[in-house]
Design a protein around this ligand. Sequence first.
Ligand code: ZN
Length: 501
Amino acid sequence: MQTKLQELRNRLIEVDNLNSATAVLGWDQSTYMPPGGVAARARQMATLQQLAHEKFIDPAVGRLLDDLLPYEEGLPYDSDDASLIRLTRRQYERAVRVPAAFVAEWTGHSAASYQVWADARPRNDFKAVEPYLVKTVDYCHKYADYFPGYEHVADPLIDLADYGMKASTLKTLFAELRRQLVPIVQAITGQPPADDSCLRQRFPEAGQWSFGLEVIKRLGYDMNRGRQDKTHHPFTTKFSIGDVRITTRVNENHLGEALFATIHEAGHAFYELGVNMAFEGTPLASGTSAGVHESQSRLWENRIGRSRGFWEFFYPRLQAAFPDQLGSVALETFYRAINKVERSLIRVEADEVTYNLHVMIRFGLELDLLEGNLAVHDLPEAWRAGYQADLGVTPPDDRDGVMQDVHWYGGGVGGAFQGYTLGNILGAQFYGAALKAHPGIPEQIRQGEFATLHGWLKDNIYHPGSKFTTDELLERVTGEPLRIEPYIRYLRDKYGELYTL
Ligand code: ZN
């Protein structure tokens, strides 16, 4: 059996090599590649993804999985070997339904679409991306059609990002969350707004860059196993467990944008860097779902990075980095500024209270696009209507409206956004478990010490990689199913102190 397992592992590592090479090309395209490279790059990525897919759906892999079934059944569910075979089988059964030529076409289209978006967004040119997005919706439909019998056309796409989740489950969950969130948003936005003018000064890029790096290194980002570069829309990418890179963008007229995006992406990187090294090159060696991934990034960004204790430690350092801008601004003023709740236009900059409303608008539009109830041509108008209805603001242009997020233009509609809200909910449950195990964590954060929290996250969340599904991981770590109460309680406690609720 060990020979067969080794043969499976060798084949999986070859697939991973091709996937990682594609990721390097994608990272380069989003950071340094000149626009002239796009046609060739789309072709190169398409070829690599086609090869990776062909290798993975090779009938020999299916035979190995069949041969290994009795071995797997004799092992404990959570053993490394059983988990590898189980996860590989799940991914294999999904992949064999999809032709390699389709994967190649979709990959090539996605790379081309990304470039058009990156070029068209600054020009506010939705017309330029429209035909690409029409094709993207078409590809997503075709993908779903490889999985006949789905309940909702978005389900196979959601399943790719958040295994086991369905549109129907998410609709119910989001409706309940909305019911509880909207009164909080209304109560807060009915009160005088917090003064965030201290953030809206001129902060030169070099200073923002080095302060952001100082923060994430202190949090535990190892520059020997990662790096940070500039991009259009921040993301994290992994080439191996020893090379997990983050990207950010800097707004010299707003301090919060790069800083919190940097902490957010570092949170994603911690997850990938903390996976059991023994899983390297196999499907186990990555975060288990979009939801759990966002639970980590948003935990560091918000629960930690926007907490008072965190800034008790970092604010004197921030003041030293920007003495002219912040030297005479009190910590409390800064704390209130970074937690200002407002009806705003941009998801990645939104406060914790309104954030999920941004996600729900996108989720609803994705379902409408896939159901055929909304044409891509009418999407900008539907976007404006959604923002007016849910947040009471209308984007002045498409750049800060329907074109603000990379996701749909990077080739995927359906399953692109639910992970953020799932992450907020999961993050509250995970952090509750961490505090139960180590009640001293908040005091350590005040001292700028993150090792205990990091260690707990590593042991409980990062190390298993993709061994467990989201639900299994949650049950193992917290003993509970997914529930929104801890998250709502956190928001009420934190914002009840800042505003009257
Ligand atoms: Zn994220």
